[in-house]
Design a protein around this ligand. Sequence first.
Ligand code: F6R
Length: 357
Amino acid sequence: EKGTYPHFMLKEIDEQPIVMRKIIKAYQNENNELKLDRNVREAIKACDRIYIIACGTSYHAGWTGKQVIEKLAAIPVEVHVASEFSYNMPLLSAKPLFVFISQSGETADSRAVLVKIKAMGYPALTITNVPGSTLSREADYTLHLYAGPEIAVASTKAYTAQIAVLAILAVDAAQAKGITLDFDPMQELAIAANAMEMLTDQKEAMEDLVVNHLEKARHAFFIGRSSDYYVCLEGALKLKEISYIQAEGFAGGELKHGTIALIEEGTPVIALATQANVNYAIRSNVQEVVARGANAMVISMKGLEQENDTFVLPHVHALLTPLVTVVPLQLLAYYAALHRGCDVDKPRNLAKSVTVE
Ligand code: F6R
């Protein structure tokens, strides 16, 4: 039920900090130690490469998962769009582990890959919000997202839940390999949950940004580098699917290789700047687009902010920034759709669960 909320999407955006806390609780024992299915741990220990298979928003979460798993657990990870993987399978390593990410657990494109790789005898883990779903039943192992029912077509809380569970998987894999981390991952997740809550409390600021940047826009660009880039892909998808503004996410460095030709007077450009190692580089990209007339907004993070940044996010651990960076982008998409009179929860041409290939 929507309760007092005008739309499920807004309710689900607001639920994200609660979902984070549920995940932290579910994957911890009473001594605050990570508690993951032993079989999952063994499967990860036994593999030489992880293949993440997903579609849409879940695919975007997969890219953040790759970064976290490679950085914390030093296991190579590939991320593939399910429909492409089916017809154009890459060369596989000797001992692959397939990880399917799917909110619904019913996505036909992902299932087609699962059926194929099971026939080839490979192990599969499904990360899903629906434990009894097809992808969960047909895989060897399941990790639950604990996001609760997601009703709005545009996925929000499932995305952040997927990232949190992938981070927990990465930490577990690191522990299994005897790697010691120099931070407390569960505490960092809790800090991220608090930061998300601070952001969901700032809806008015987001609505104002929509009025200034997106209400009348025909197209929009999201730029970012490193982990911000993957959040840009997600921000663009959210905006496209519910507000019908043509939007693209780009790696900041790729702009000058073609896309910058599209920047003209007033083009909205949303830049993410939450990573210390690329802060200088992304800000030069902002200058480049502003010099060509872009109506830019910069979303940065405490500690890396500069004068005139549009919005400064609370500081969180560098590997977990997507959890907080995505929240303003979800809200921008929501208010853009609202101000443009779109059907927020049920955008045209889309279904919640895509059960045809
Ligand atoms: C976007 C969206 C879709 C889904 C995609 C995969 O907001 O919801 O892109 O992420 O259809 O769905 P699942 O995760 O159910 O496999």
